[in-house]
Design a binder for this molecule. Structure first.
Ligand code: HEC
Ligand code: HEC
Length: 359
């Protein structure tokens, strides 16, 4: 039997990103001198998270958000009714699963770490390799992927259609088109766009409350935008350039190697490059990296401090940082200060389930 991860790749490859916007060739691969220059010129302009993450083609409504939330938590979206989106992206686990790599259909370990859904609304493309152009396209992937939820779409539409409450809710939100895969994905994406981490200690500090961050976190912030040059890639309101970089991560887990962005772009320069994750709320969703290879935030900073692990095809921006032990801790404190207000979401009572488990 094929590895489950491989089946995900195969089935999801259909959704391969058509609107490739990122041109990573702009990144100098062999000019470390330019690194210091970029770091020095980086001015720290505060950018709060913008509102209005709902696209024109899929506008928000309360009914749509509520429906999306039900679907997100509903294990009947999977082939054997056992796995929901929340199984791998659970609110109590920072909207990830707390595991190095996801466990898919049949209990098999997949090749990649389940990223958090927090602030995924702000990415230009979805997945570690950016192969899905939107949250709508992304959501259709795991439902059908053999290694994840292993569901047949026709069966799913029938199954949901047999539940009067779902029928009514779809009709109310989508009118005559009713229950379709596109509408399921549109509702789930709408719910995901409400999973936003904002109003962190960092926001309060930058908006004038100088008591909101500790001295250590302030020092970490200055390192982040200066000496440690993190903001070369983690920039903008959500702390991501939505770009792809090879950091020199030593691959762990069932995959011997993971070509990352190369799978989508076929550009050799993208081998081992992965999407820059946003960092708001990052302290909630350990472990880290596309393969879950770093257990804690301190481990991540130690990794950057030694300039990564694997030299092949590594970004020229990843070089040893010579941070002191205290500076490493300061950076961790700053990352913790990016944690926003709690994002409330409890398991809803699911339609047509009399014994809906409540948490
Ligand atoms: C078996 C575990 C599992 C299930 C079930 C699952 N996911 Fe995921 N999810 C993952 C993994 C692993 C990835 C990363 C895969 C990759 O990048 O190739 C991912 C990626 C994502 C992303 C991209 C985030 C980013 O930072 O790029 C989103 C959004 C997402 N999943 C939402 C969902 C939704 C919605 C559902 C339900 C329809 C779902 N997931 C079901 C494991 C899972
Ligand atoms: C060259 C671009 C680049 C630079 C510079 C950079 N990062 Fe990253 N960061 C990334 C990418 C890409 C990933 C994901 C890599 C992977 O999984 O293989 C990542 C992953 C992370 C993660 C893990 C997030 C998660 O959800 O798994 C954290 C935390 C992080 N970076 C913080 C930092 C800090 C702090 C600095 C400065 C010391 C920094 N980064 C510098 C691009 C960069």
């Amino acid at each position: 039997m094929k590895s489950f991860f491989y089946s995900i790749l195969c089935s999801l490859f259909l959704f391969a990103c058509s609107g490739e916007k990122k041109d990573q060739s702009a990144e100098p691969q062999k000019e470390p001198a330019s690194v210091a220059k970029v770091a020095k010129e980086e001015s720290h302009k505060y950018e709060p998270l913008p509102e209005g993450v709902f696209p024109q083609g899929n506008p928000w409504s309360q009914d749509k958000e509520d429906l999306g939330k039900l679907l997100y938590f509903d294990p009947r979206l999977s082939g054997d009714n056992s796995i929901s989106c929340a199984t791998c992206h659970h609110p109590d686990k920072g909207w990830g699963d707390g595991l190095p790599r996801a466990i898919g259909f049949g209990g098999k370990e997949l090749g990649r770490h389940s990223p958090t859904v927090i602030n995924s609304a702000y990415y230009e493309v979805q997945f570690w390799d950016g192969r899905a152009p939107s949250l709508e396209e992304q959501a259709k992937g795991p439902i059908q992927a053999a290694g994840e939820m292993n569901q047949n779409v026709e069966e799913l539409v029938q199954e949901l259609g047999a539940i009067p409450e779902y029928k009514d809710r779809f009709a109310k939100v989508f009118g005559d088109s009713g229950i379709t895969l596109d509408n399921i994905a549109a509702a789930i994406a709408t719910f995901e766009r409400t999973v936003i981490s904002k109003n962190s200690a960092y926001d309060k500090y930058m908006q004038g409350d100088k008591s909101a961050m500790s001295a250590s976190a302030v020092n970490g912030m200055n390192l982040f935008f200066g000496k440690a040059k993190c903001s070369i890639c983690h920039n903008g309101p959500a702390f991501t350039d939505s770009g792809f970089h090879n950091l020199g991560v030593k691959q762990q887990g069932p995959l011997a190697e993971d070509p990352g962005r190369f799978n989508v772009s076929k550009d050799p320069a993208d081998k081992g490059a992965f999407k820059t994750p946003g960092l708001r709320g990052v302290s909630l969703s350990a472990p880290y990296m596309h393969d879950g290879s770093e257990a804690t935030l301190k481990d991540v900073i130690d990794f950057y401090n030694r300039g990564g692990d694997v030299a092949e095809n590594r970004s020229a921006f990843i070089t040893p940082l010579e941070l002191s032990d205290q500076e490493v801790l300061d950076l961790v404190e700053f990352l913790k200060a990016l944690e926003g207000e709690p994002i409330k979401a409890s398991m809803p009572a699911l339609p047509g389930m009399t014994d809906a488990s409540k948490k």
